[in-house]
Design a protein around this ligand. Structure first.
Ligand code: FAD
Length: 495
């Protein structure tokens, strides 16, 4: 191809959600001269999963999510995942604190707010919660967690949860005061605004990636302007497919061997939302409970305080659903068009082995409004239907991948898929997602830019931004406490 048939770029990032915005910002921190562009098919950033009303905005730190501390058959409780996610969230907070401190990034309270995190259980789950508390609170990251079975105490922590509850119902809860609600949409847009001010950096909207092919040691990417239909080509040394649910089709388009065998299982969602200030003022917490049998881990019900654009609301859910779209604004053909000979067997194996999940999804889809309110009343017995409306949440595409024993498995986390030469990478999956973006993107830098990652320049910059990384935070109580206090104060969460 002739030299000027394309624009040359060091890095092209597809999608303007929290993932691309974070990766681009990190790259500009360690390599300020790098030439990069973000292309987004919608009219602005954070329209899909990163939009504040498409996700729950929980700053996942393992403080309240019971699925991060599974119980084994012998009754023991494994806290590894909760500890890891907690440390990853501390890494995210360090990055945001650095931006606030060094770059006049705008007020952190536009995107992060203090909201206590509670776990709340009833009846047969009470012994589990008590045991979980005993194990978890011995770790330095959870040593401020408190436990109660006292109804008056819980009534103080979460006033809506007690009135109208049967007197003989056994309840228990844990609480960590230092939890957060994060508006990932506001954060994404602050990152994009910050990026757009920098040299050699473009953020462009109405730009859809429609083609992707190898060109020597780089990638030639076809981008179509969705407003005027014009196409352009970008030749990029590195491509990040940060397209959320849209990442799988693009990864398949790349044809890299590492993409073979991956499929997607879309799960849609809905919430009940309440904006009535009379109700909202009585709840200041994220209250997570135990998932139903067969429910996927991300469908754990929770009653949340949300802080979006300075206003408080309550969100309850999510109620899962099924749609063949990979993006909320996607096409019903997304799922059928993703079927390949290489992922057909894994997809069939997942359909065969996940009947509990299928039954659960059918039940959820068939629910009436009254049944949805019944679920809400397990948290808030006196909920008034007039205060709540049903809203659509974001689309999550769970990962289906090959498995030597089962043929295929369904995976609920995220997975970074990269070519062996590190010139292209995609982020698949959803949970715990936005809260741990910074750790995921640091992992990408290490994997796809191995030489630069080890260089003195990158090492020094990363040390400046992240005084303590994930492993140290998990084991070094003194470092953890120091970092946690620092980020809490820098992000103005103490105000
Ligand atoms: C119901 C729900 C609840 C959640 N709750 C939480 C929570 O409480 N806490 C938490 O931390 N995480 C949560 N998550 C996960 C979190 O929202 C996601 O992990 C995160 O937003 C993903 O960001 P992203 O940048 O990868 O994708 P997105 O925000 O979806 O962005 C991808 C972008 O790529 C664009 N795009 C797609 N295809 C193309 C193309 N071909 N060309 C150009 N652009 C393209 C899309 O338009 C979109 O803007 C939740 C998710 C859901 C769905």
């Amino acid at each position: 191809m002739a030299q000027n048939d394309y624009e040359a770029m060091d890095v092209l990032l597809v999608g303007a959600g929290i993932m691309s915005a974070t990766l681009a910002t990190l790259l500009k921190e360690v390599e300020p001269g790098i030439k990069l562009e973000i292309v987004e098919l919608q009219e602005s950033g954070a329209i899909e999963s990163s939009n504040p009303w498409n996700n729950a905005g929980t700053g996942h730190a393992g403080l309240c999510e019971l699925n991060y501390t599974p119980q084994a058959a012998d009754g023991s409780i494994d806290i590894k995942k909760a500890v890891q996610i907690n440390a990853q969230f501390e890494v995210s907070k360090q990055f945001w604190a650095h931006l606030v401190d060094k770059h006049a990034f705008g007020s952190p309270r536009n995107f992060i707010n203090p909201v206590p995190h509670l776990s709340f259980v009833r009846g047969k789950d009470v012994p589990f919660l008590k045991k979980r508390f005993e194990v978890l609170s011995k770790h330095h990251a959870f040593d401020k967690m408190v436990y109660t079975e006292d109804r008056a105490q819980l009534g103080e922590w979460a006033p809506l949860t007690m009135p109208g509850r049967p007197a003989d119902e056994q309840i228990a809860a844990t609480r960590v005061e230092h939890g957060t609600d994060v508006n990932f949409g506001a954060l994404t847009n602050q990152l994009l605004t910050h990026l757009a001010k920098q040299a050699n950096t473009e953020v462009r909207y109405f730009q859809k990636v429609v083609g992707l092919e190898r060109d020597g040691d780089a990638w030639l990417v076809d981008v179509k302007n969705t407003q005027n239909g014009q196409s352009r080509k970008i030749r990029a040394k590195f491509v990040f497919l940060g397209a959320g649910g849209g990442a799988l089709p693009l990864l398949q388009m790349s044809g890299i061997p590492e993409s073979k065998g991956f499929g997607g299982f879309p799960v849609s969602g809905q919430w009940l939302r309440c904006d009535n200030p009379e109700v909202v003022q009585h709840h200041q917490a994220k209250v997570y409970s135990q998932a139903e049998v067969g429910a996927p881990p991300m469908s754990v019900p929770h009653l949340d305080t949300r802080v979006v654009d300075g206003k408080k609301s309550l969100l309850f859910g999510p109620y899962a659903g099924f749609s063949t779209k990979f993006l909320r604004h996607g096409s019903f053909l997304d799922l059928p068009l993703s079927v390949r000979t290489s992922n057909l067997l894994p997809m069939l194996a997942v359909a065969r082995d996940n009947m509990d999940l299928t039954r659960y999804l059918v039940r959820e889809v068939m629910q009436s409004m009254e049944q949805r309110l019944e679920s809400l009343r397990k948290f808030y017995p006196q909920a008034n239907p007039a205060d709540w409306r049903l809203e659509t949440a974001g689309q999550r595409v769970q990962i289906i991948k090959k498995d030597p024993k089962k043929g295929g498995i369904l995976q609920f986390g995220t997975e970074l898929v990269a070519s062996a030469d590190g010139t292209i990478a995609a982020l698949l999956g959803a949970s715990p997602g936005a809260s741990v973006t910074v750790s995921i993107m640091l992992g990408l830098l290490e994997r796809c830019f191995p030489e630069q990652y080890k260089s003195a320049q990158w090492t020094a910059k990363l040390k400046e931004i992240f005084p303590a990384r994930e492993k140290q935070l998990q084991t070094d109580a003194a470092a953890y406490r120091e970092i946690n206090a620092y980020t809490w104060q820098k992000l103005q969460l103490d105000q």
